[in-house]
Design a protein around this ligand. Structure first.
Ligand SMILES: [Zn+2]
Length: 447
């Protein structure tokens, strides 16, 4: 089993970390970086029994197939659904597992994972592209973070597809949506998206930018997902919606329709993320405003399977780029603190990422779009933010001026030695005569 250089170095670092006393290692690798191969190498090198835990049946099946192909699926390896394992603890003795490997580790804060890890209490390796919980809080089953190759490096290698990121500004106003644990209130955001009169634009930009290629649409709710599918169908584009409420059989049937190219748009809410391989989808339609950086990355990056001669297309209808930047931007992940919120504005109030209103591409602050040369117009919120910064500057100057005058006044008052001096100040500043006598008493001036 030959590993690529970056895969080998993740393996080497992990080995070293365990030798240095680490208990839980989190390996950060973007989607499609071949982390299953590193996993296989770890299993091969493990001295005792290995338990591989995953969340979804599709993922378990994929792991089994690959590990079998790589000849590491021996009787010392078990690949299990975390739910099954958690529900039958006691079937195996506590010391029967020497290494736990967790895939989709951004979900590993779920009770079932914790239960299994506490039961076996052995070393563990966690794999994920986004080492944080969906609410941004750090993962707790790991004590060591190992960062492998970046998504942009994988793009350069051709291992994942390059992409065009479009963010047409549809003015979806999320200001009045309540926040729950750092994320938009689910019902309210769903109502907002279901009511928003943007369906015409969703269709228009999909046709224009998505070139009618197979696409995954990420929606806010089952209702929203079904509504979006219906909208496409009514406009002559085949579409289907899947959700967690339907039977696995029905879900798989619908996925199969999409995989075999019988359906063009696959709409879903929270279903398509890491581990779901849909290689024929090269367009993502982001219709769910989210504050969750991991969720944003998981969704947007799902369409980066390389297709010969084609770039992937991400159409962000809901301004997620302003919340998180581009999906392949580098992030400072941490096991000790929550993911830091991205600054939307530069110090002068300009947007740190601008969206071209001509070609809808996103770019770092500039007066012209680097893609089409369109002269960028500062308006709306950005203009207000710049004006606010200006206003603050003016207020700061005024405050400084007032402070200077006050200081001068205090100094003047401090220099008064006679009642006549005080009277002079009272006259200059328009104070009532009582002030002179009050001050004279305070300052013990008698003449
Ligand atoms: Zn442009």
């Amino acid at each position: 089993m030959e590993l690529r250089d970056y895969q080998q170095s993740v393996f080497d670092y992990s080995t070293k970390a365990f030798l240095n006393g680490a208990k839980g290692i989190c390996c950060v690798l973007p989607c499609r970086s071949g982390k299953s191969y590193i996993m296989a190498r770890m299993i091969k090198g493990a001295k005792g029994n290995v338990l591989v835990l995953a969340h979804r049946n599709t993922l378990i099946a994929q792991h089994k197939e690959l590990l079998r192909d790589l000849h590491v699926l021996t009787d010392k390896v078990r690949i299990e659904s975390v739910f099954t394992e958690a529900s039958r603890l006691g079937k195996y003795s506590t010391n029967s597992v020497d290494l736990i490997i967790i895939d989709e580790a951004h979900l590993s804060e779920a009770r079932s994972y914790r239960k299994v890890c506490e039961y076996y209490d052995c070393r563990r390796v966690l794999f994920t592209a986004t080492p944080s919980r969906l609410d941004g809080k750090p993962l707790t089953l790991a004590d060591t973070l190992i960062t492998g190759i970046t998504a942009n490096e994988l793009i350069q290698m051709g291992a994942i597809s390059d992409y065009d990121y479009y963010a047409p500004d549809l003015n979806i106003d999320t200001d009045n949506v309540d926040m729950v644990a750092g994320e938009y209130n689910n019902r309210q955001i769903s109502d907002l998206m279901c009511q928003s009169a943007i369906y015409g634009d969703v269709l228009k930009y999909y046709r224009q930018l998505g070139e009618n290629r197979q696409a995954i649409a990420y929606c806010t709710s089952v209702k929203h997902s079904e509504k979006t599918a219906r909208m496409f169908i009514e406009n002559g584009i085949s579409a289907i919606s899947i959700d967690g409420g339907m039977s696995i059989k029905e879900r798989n049937r619908r996925m199969e329709l999409f995989k075999s190219d019988k359906v063009q748009i696959l709409c879903n809410c929270n279903l398509i993320s890491e581990g779901v391989t849909l290689p024929n989808a090269s367009v993502a339609l982001l219709l769910r405003p989210t504050m969750s950086l991991p969720l944003f990355i998981q969704q947007a990056c799902r369409v980066l399977t390389p297709v010969k001669g084609k770039k992937a297309v991400i159409i962000d209808y809901v301004n997620n780029v302003q919340r998180h930047g581009l999906p392949t931007d580098n992030h400072e992940w941490s096991l000790s603190k929550a993911v830091e919120k991205r600054k939307q504005h530069n110090d002068d109030g300009t947007l740190s990422i601008r969206q071209c209103e001509n070609c809808f591409r996103c770019f770092k602050t500039a007066s012209k779009c680097p893609y089409c040369g369109y002269e960028y117009q500062v308006k709306g919120r950005e203009l207000k933010a710049i004006q606010d910064v200006e206003l603050k500057k003016i207020q700061a100057v005024e405050k400084e001026e007032q402070e200077k005058q006050r200081k001068y006044a205090r100094m003047q008052l401090g220099q008064c030695r006679t009642v006549a001096d005080l009277q002079k100040i009272a006259k200059e500043r328009g104070y009532a005569p009582g002030w002179v006598w009050r001050m004279a008493r305070i300052k013990h001036i008698t003449r």
